[in-house]
Design a protein around this ligand. Structure first.
Ligand SMILES: [Zn+2]
Length: 100
């Protein structure tokens, strides 16, 4: 068998994404309440009362005021820092392999 590619591309490994609660804490997002959905101040608009709903089981988030939303901590990281999928996955340690 011949290797078809000399340059490895790497791949996304979802299970390597950080724990949702620890991730949001590391981002300075204070989660209030208990259960799957927590409340927090939204970092995407000038928020004065907790408008952001965070699902700590999946990492998803949704702002009831500005409409910012995503399905997991990767989406949050992409949104907050303006990163593409791969760059955000690398930043969170969820991109494995590849040359970079
Ligand atoms: Zn918002």
């Amino acid at each position: 068998m011949h290797a078809k590619k000399l340059r490895a591309q790497g791949r996304f490994v979802r299970s390597n994404l950080p724990n949702s609660i620890e991730y949001y804490q590391s981002q300075g997002i204070k989660l209030k309440g208990t259960g799957a959905w927590r409340d927090a101040l939204c970092p995407f608009h000038q928020d004065t009362k907790p408008s952001l709903r965070v699902n700590v089981e999946r990492g998803g988030y949704k702002c009831m005021v500005c409409g910012a939303h995503g399905g997991d901590v990767l989406a949050f990281h992409m949104h907050r820092y303006g990163l593409g999928f791969i760059a955000a996955a690398k930043a969170l340690g969820a991109w494995v392999g590849g040359d970079e």
